[in-house]
Design a protein around this ligand. Structure first.
Ligand code: C2E
Ligand code: CA
Ligand code: CA
Ligand code: CA
Length: 279
Protein backbone atom coordinates (compact mmCIF):
# COMPACT_ATOMS: atom_id res chain seq x y z
CA UNK A 1 0.00 0.00 0.00
CA UNK A 2 2.91 2.28 0.76
CA UNK A 3 4.34 1.66 -2.71
CA UNK A 4 1.07 2.59 -4.33
CA UNK A 5 0.90 5.71 -2.21
CA UNK A 6 4.28 6.71 -3.48
CA UNK A 7 3.20 6.33 -7.12
CA UNK A 8 0.21 8.53 -6.48
CA UNK A 9 2.36 11.35 -5.23
CA UNK A 10 4.89 10.99 -8.01
CA UNK A 11 2.32 11.48 -10.75
CA UNK A 12 0.81 14.45 -8.98
CA UNK A 13 1.55 16.86 -11.83
CA UNK A 14 -0.14 14.80 -14.53
CA UNK A 15 -3.64 16.20 -14.17
CA UNK A 16 -6.87 16.62 -12.27
CA UNK A 17 -7.81 12.93 -11.96
CA UNK A 18 -4.43 12.25 -10.52
CA UNK A 19 -4.77 15.18 -8.21
CA UNK A 20 -8.01 13.72 -6.86
CA UNK A 21 -6.33 10.38 -6.38
CA UNK A 22 -3.56 12.16 -4.60
CA UNK A 23 -6.07 13.93 -2.40
CA UNK A 24 -7.62 10.58 -1.47
CA UNK A 25 -4.26 9.04 -0.77
CA UNK A 26 -3.32 11.96 1.45
CA UNK A 27 -6.62 11.72 3.27
CA UNK A 28 -6.18 8.03 3.92
CA UNK A 29 -2.62 8.66 5.05
CA UNK A 30 -3.86 11.32 7.42
CA UNK A 31 -6.22 8.79 8.99
CA UNK A 32 -3.23 6.58 9.75
CA UNK A 33 -0.91 9.42 10.71
CA UNK A 34 -2.01 9.49 14.33
CA UNK A 35 -1.49 5.81 15.06
CA UNK A 36 1.79 5.88 13.13
CA UNK A 37 2.97 8.75 15.31
CA UNK A 38 3.63 11.02 12.34
CA UNK A 39 1.82 13.94 13.96
CA UNK A 40 3.80 16.22 16.21
CA UNK A 41 3.13 19.40 18.14
CA UNK A 42 5.50 22.34 17.96
CA UNK A 43 5.33 25.32 20.30
CA UNK A 44 5.80 29.02 19.59
CA UNK A 45 6.43 31.43 22.46
CA UNK A 46 4.16 34.36 23.27
CA UNK A 47 5.93 37.38 24.68
CA UNK A 48 4.82 40.07 27.10
CA UNK A 49 5.82 43.24 25.22
CA UNK A 50 6.30 45.26 28.39
CA UNK A 51 8.63 42.84 30.19
CA UNK A 52 10.02 40.79 27.29
CA UNK A 53 9.22 37.60 29.20
CA UNK A 54 7.68 34.49 27.68
CA UNK A 55 4.18 34.21 29.09
CA UNK A 56 2.88 31.30 27.06
CA UNK A 57 3.15 29.15 23.97
CA UNK A 58 0.84 28.28 21.10
CA UNK A 59 0.62 24.60 20.16
CA UNK A 60 0.91 24.15 16.38
CA UNK A 61 0.33 20.83 14.68
CA UNK A 62 2.96 19.29 12.38
CA UNK A 63 2.75 16.29 10.06
CA UNK A 64 5.92 14.44 9.19
CA UNK A 65 4.75 12.38 6.19
CA UNK A 66 6.95 9.34 5.43
CA UNK A 67 7.19 10.15 1.68
CA UNK A 68 6.23 13.78 1.32
CA UNK A 69 8.18 14.98 4.30
CA UNK A 70 6.78 17.91 6.21
CA UNK A 71 3.18 18.71 5.20
CA UNK A 72 1.95 22.15 6.28
CA UNK A 73 -1.14 22.36 8.51
CA UNK A 74 -2.51 24.95 6.06
CA UNK A 75 -2.73 22.03 3.60
CA UNK A 76 -3.94 19.21 5.76
CA UNK A 77 -6.22 20.94 8.29
CA UNK A 78 -8.83 21.72 5.57
CA UNK A 79 -8.57 18.09 4.46
CA UNK A 80 -9.00 16.91 8.02
CA UNK A 81 -12.02 19.21 8.39
CA UNK A 82 -13.64 17.75 5.25
CA UNK A 83 -13.19 14.18 6.33
CA UNK A 84 -14.16 14.78 9.94
CA UNK A 85 -10.92 13.41 11.39
CA UNK A 86 -10.08 16.87 12.65
CA UNK A 87 -12.04 16.12 15.83
CA UNK A 88 -9.88 13.11 16.70
CA UNK A 89 -6.75 15.00 15.74
CA UNK A 90 -7.83 18.10 17.65
CA UNK A 91 -8.43 16.09 20.82
CA UNK A 92 -5.00 14.55 20.40
CA UNK A 93 -3.38 17.99 20.06
CA UNK A 94 -5.16 19.21 23.17
CA UNK A 95 -4.11 16.18 25.21
CA UNK A 96 -0.53 16.32 23.92
CA UNK A 97 -0.26 20.04 24.72
CA UNK A 98 -1.67 19.56 28.24
CA UNK A 99 0.66 16.62 28.89
CA UNK A 100 3.56 18.75 27.69
CA UNK A 101 2.52 21.52 30.03
CA UNK A 102 2.36 19.03 32.90
CA UNK A 103 5.83 17.66 32.01
CA UNK A 104 7.29 21.16 31.96
CA UNK A 105 5.76 21.90 35.34
CA UNK A 106 7.05 18.61 36.70
CA UNK A 107 10.50 19.68 35.49
CA UNK A 108 10.22 22.83 37.59
CA UNK A 109 9.03 25.42 35.08
CA UNK A 110 6.40 27.84 36.33
CA UNK A 111 3.00 27.29 34.73
CA UNK A 112 2.35 29.37 31.62
CA UNK A 113 -0.40 29.85 29.11
CA UNK A 114 -0.89 26.98 26.67
CA UNK A 115 -2.84 28.13 23.61
CA UNK A 116 -4.52 25.44 21.52
CA UNK A 117 -6.38 25.91 18.23
CA UNK A 118 -9.92 24.59 17.92
CA UNK A 119 -11.27 23.81 14.46
CA UNK A 120 -14.76 24.83 13.40
CA UNK A 121 -15.90 21.20 13.47
CA UNK A 122 -14.51 20.53 16.89
CA UNK A 123 -16.29 23.60 18.07
CA UNK A 124 -19.64 22.26 16.77
CA UNK A 125 -19.32 19.05 18.80
CA UNK A 126 -21.72 18.98 21.73
CA UNK A 127 -19.20 16.87 23.66
CA UNK A 128 -16.47 19.55 23.45
CA UNK A 129 -16.71 20.94 26.99
CA UNK A 130 -16.90 17.46 28.54
CA UNK A 131 -13.91 16.31 26.54
CA UNK A 132 -11.88 19.37 27.55
CA UNK A 133 -12.82 18.92 31.20
CA UNK A 134 -11.71 15.30 31.00
CA UNK A 135 -8.36 16.27 29.48
CA UNK A 136 -7.83 18.91 32.18
CA UNK A 137 -8.59 16.37 34.89
CA UNK A 138 -6.43 13.65 33.34
CA UNK A 139 -3.44 15.92 33.01
CA UNK A 140 -4.00 17.98 36.15
CA UNK A 141 -3.59 21.27 34.28
CA UNK A 142 -5.14 24.28 35.94
CA UNK A 143 -7.82 25.54 33.57
CA UNK A 144 -6.76 29.19 33.67
CA UNK A 145 -3.54 28.24 31.87
CA UNK A 146 -5.38 26.73 28.92
CA UNK A 147 -6.40 29.17 26.19
CA UNK A 148 -8.61 27.93 23.37
CA UNK A 149 -8.25 29.76 20.05
CA UNK A 150 -11.30 29.96 17.84
CA UNK A 151 -11.88 31.79 14.57
CA UNK A 152 -14.62 34.24 13.71
CA UNK A 153 -16.04 32.02 11.00
CA UNK A 154 -16.34 29.09 13.41
CA UNK A 155 -17.92 31.34 16.03
CA UNK A 156 -20.41 32.99 13.69
CA UNK A 157 -21.84 29.78 12.19
CA UNK A 158 -24.47 29.70 14.91
CA UNK A 159 -24.33 32.59 17.33
CA UNK A 160 -26.61 31.07 19.93
CA UNK A 161 -24.82 27.74 19.92
CA UNK A 162 -21.45 29.51 20.17
CA UNK A 163 -22.64 31.64 23.06
CA UNK A 164 -23.72 28.61 25.09
CA UNK A 165 -20.62 26.59 24.15
CA UNK A 166 -18.33 29.45 25.11
CA UNK A 167 -20.05 30.03 28.42
CA UNK A 168 -19.67 26.34 29.26
CA UNK A 169 -15.98 26.57 28.43
CA UNK A 170 -15.57 29.78 30.41
CA UNK A 171 -17.34 28.06 33.34
CA UNK A 172 -14.59 25.42 33.23
CA UNK A 173 -12.18 28.27 33.88
CA UNK A 174 -10.34 28.20 30.54
CA UNK A 175 -9.50 31.32 28.52
CA UNK A 176 -10.85 32.06 25.06
CA UNK A 177 -8.90 33.82 22.29
CA UNK A 178 -10.30 35.10 19.02
CA UNK A 179 -7.76 34.03 16.40
CA UNK A 180 -7.03 35.93 13.15
CA UNK A 181 -9.05 38.82 14.55
CA UNK A 182 -10.23 41.28 11.93
CA UNK A 183 -10.15 38.91 8.97
CA UNK A 184 -13.76 37.72 9.28
CA UNK A 185 -16.89 39.55 8.24
CA UNK A 186 -18.19 40.03 11.74
CA UNK A 187 -15.34 41.09 13.96
CA UNK A 188 -17.36 43.58 15.97
CA UNK A 189 -20.31 41.21 16.45
CA UNK A 190 -17.90 38.58 17.68
CA UNK A 191 -16.63 40.74 20.52
CA UNK A 192 -20.08 42.04 21.33
CA UNK A 193 -21.67 38.61 21.72
CA UNK A 194 -19.03 36.31 23.10
CA UNK A 195 -17.10 35.98 26.36
CA UNK A 196 -13.48 36.43 25.27
CA UNK A 197 -10.16 37.02 27.02
CA UNK A 198 -7.77 37.68 24.15
CA UNK A 199 -7.86 39.18 20.66
CA UNK A 200 -5.15 37.96 18.32
CA UNK A 201 -4.47 40.62 15.68
CA UNK A 202 -4.06 38.73 12.42
CA UNK A 203 -0.59 38.75 10.90
CA UNK A 204 -1.92 40.39 7.73
CA UNK A 205 -2.32 43.61 9.75
CA UNK A 206 1.11 43.29 11.33
CA UNK A 207 3.14 42.47 8.22
CA UNK A 208 3.33 46.00 6.77
CA UNK A 209 3.16 47.93 10.01
CA UNK A 210 4.40 50.49 10.83
CA UNK A 211 4.73 51.60 7.17
CA UNK A 212 1.20 50.99 5.97
CA UNK A 213 -1.10 53.60 7.50
CA UNK A 214 -4.21 51.37 7.28
CA UNK A 215 -2.46 48.62 9.19
CA UNK A 216 -1.29 51.12 11.79
CA UNK A 217 -4.85 52.40 12.20
CA UNK A 218 -6.26 48.86 12.44
CA UNK A 219 -3.69 47.70 14.99
CA UNK A 220 -4.27 50.86 17.03
CA UNK A 221 -8.02 50.34 16.94
CA UNK A 222 -7.87 46.70 17.98
CA UNK A 223 -5.62 47.56 20.92
CA UNK A 224 -7.96 50.38 21.98
CA UNK A 225 -10.95 48.08 21.56
CA UNK A 226 -9.28 45.44 23.67
CA UNK A 227 -8.49 47.95 26.38
CA UNK A 228 -12.03 49.31 26.38
CA UNK A 229 -13.46 45.82 26.75
CA UNK A 230 -10.93 44.54 29.26
CA UNK A 231 -9.39 42.07 26.80
CA UNK A 232 -5.72 41.31 26.21
CA UNK A 233 -4.40 41.89 22.69
CA UNK A 234 -1.73 39.73 21.05
CA UNK A 235 -0.12 40.57 17.70
CA UNK A 236 0.72 37.61 15.46
CA UNK A 237 3.39 37.24 12.80
CA UNK A 238 5.84 39.70 14.34
CA UNK A 239 9.06 39.46 12.35
CA UNK A 240 11.03 42.67 12.84
CA UNK A 241 12.39 44.89 15.61
CA UNK A 242 10.52 47.77 13.99
CA UNK A 243 7.21 45.94 14.41
CA UNK A 244 8.04 45.20 18.04
CA UNK A 245 8.82 48.90 18.61
CA UNK A 246 5.56 49.92 16.99
CA UNK A 247 3.49 47.39 18.95
CA UNK A 248 5.10 48.56 22.20
CA UNK A 249 4.33 52.16 21.31
CA UNK A 250 0.62 51.40 20.95
CA UNK A 251 0.73 49.31 24.16
CA UNK A 252 -0.21 46.03 22.60
CA UNK A 253 0.04 43.43 25.40
CA UNK A 254 1.62 40.38 23.76
CA UNK A 255 3.39 39.35 20.58
CA UNK A 256 4.24 36.15 18.78
CA UNK A 257 6.34 35.65 15.66
CA UNK A 258 9.59 34.67 14.00
CA UNK A 259 11.30 37.75 15.44
CA UNK A 260 11.15 36.02 18.83
CA UNK A 261 11.11 32.39 17.76
CA UNK A 262 9.72 30.02 15.17
CA UNK A 263 7.47 27.25 16.42
CA UNK A 264 9.86 24.65 17.87
CA UNK A 265 9.70 21.03 19.00
CA UNK A 266 9.41 20.65 22.80
CA UNK A 267 13.07 19.78 23.36
CA UNK A 268 14.18 22.90 21.46
CA UNK A 269 11.82 25.29 23.18
CA UNK A 270 12.51 24.06 26.73
CA UNK A 271 15.76 26.09 27.11
CA UNK A 272 13.90 29.26 26.09
CA UNK A 273 11.17 28.56 28.62
CA UNK A 274 13.73 27.96 31.34
CA UNK A 275 15.38 31.32 30.69
CA UNK A 276 11.90 32.83 30.17
CA UNK A 277 13.46 35.14 27.64
CA UNK A 278 13.84 34.74 23.89
CA UNK A 279 16.49 37.36 23.26
P1 C2E B 1 -2.71 30.20 13.09
O1 C2E B 1 -3.45 29.59 14.22
O2 C2E B 1 -3.08 31.60 12.72
O3 C2E B 1 -1.18 30.07 13.47
C1 C2E B 1 -0.21 31.02 13.14
C2 C2E B 1 0.59 30.58 11.95
O4 C2E B 1 1.53 31.60 11.64
C3 C2E B 1 1.41 29.31 12.17
O5 C2E B 1 1.47 28.62 10.94
C4 C2E B 1 2.77 29.87 12.56
O6 C2E B 1 3.83 28.97 12.32
C5 C2E B 1 2.85 31.06 11.61
N1 C2E B 1 3.74 32.09 12.10
C6 C2E B 1 4.15 32.33 13.36
N2 C2E B 1 4.97 33.40 13.41
C7 C2E B 1 5.08 33.85 12.14
C8 C2E B 1 5.80 34.95 11.54
O7 C2E B 1 6.50 35.72 12.19
N3 C2E B 1 5.66 35.10 10.20
C9 C2E B 1 4.89 34.27 9.44
N4 C2E B 1 4.83 34.49 8.13
N5 C2E B 1 4.20 33.24 9.97
C10 C2E B 1 4.30 33.03 11.31
P2 C2E B 1 1.32 27.05 10.86
O8 C2E B 1 1.97 26.43 12.05
O9 C2E B 1 1.75 26.66 9.49
O10 C2E B 1 -0.23 26.85 11.01
C11 C2E B 1 -1.12 27.34 10.04
C12 C2E B 1 -2.54 27.27 10.52
O11 C2E B 1 -2.93 25.90 10.68
C13 C2E B 1 -2.77 27.90 11.88
O12 C2E B 1 -2.88 29.30 11.75
C14 C2E B 1 -4.05 27.23 12.30
O13 C2E B 1 -5.15 27.86 11.68
C15 C2E B 1 -3.88 25.85 11.71
N6 C2E B 1 -3.44 24.94 12.79
C16 C2E B 1 -2.20 24.66 13.24
N7 C2E B 1 -2.24 23.76 14.25
C17 C2E B 1 -3.54 23.46 14.45
C18 C2E B 1 -4.26 22.59 15.35
O14 C2E B 1 -3.70 21.92 16.21
N8 C2E B 1 -5.63 22.55 15.21
C19 C2E B 1 -6.29 23.31 14.29
N9 C2E B 1 -7.64 23.21 14.24
N10 C2E B 1 -5.66 24.13 13.45
C20 C2E B 1 -4.31 24.22 13.52
CA1 CA C 1 -3.92 30.14 16.24
CA1 CA D 1 -3.82 33.31 13.84
CA1 CA E 1 -4.27 32.00 10.41
Amino acid sequence: AKQQGKNNYQIYHEGMAVQTLNHLALESDLRKALSRKELLVHYQPQIDLMTGAIVGVEALLRWQHPLLGFVSPAQFIPLAEESGIICTIGEWVLRTACQQQRDWQAAGLPPMRMAVNLSAQQFQQSSLATSILQTLEETGIEPQYLELEITESAAMRDVQFTTSTLSRLVDLGVQIAMDDFGTGYSSLSVIKHFPLHTLKIDQSFVRDAPHNSSDVAIANTVVALGRGLGLKVLAEGVETAEQVEFLRSIQCDFAQGYYFSRPLPPEAIAPLLISKQVT
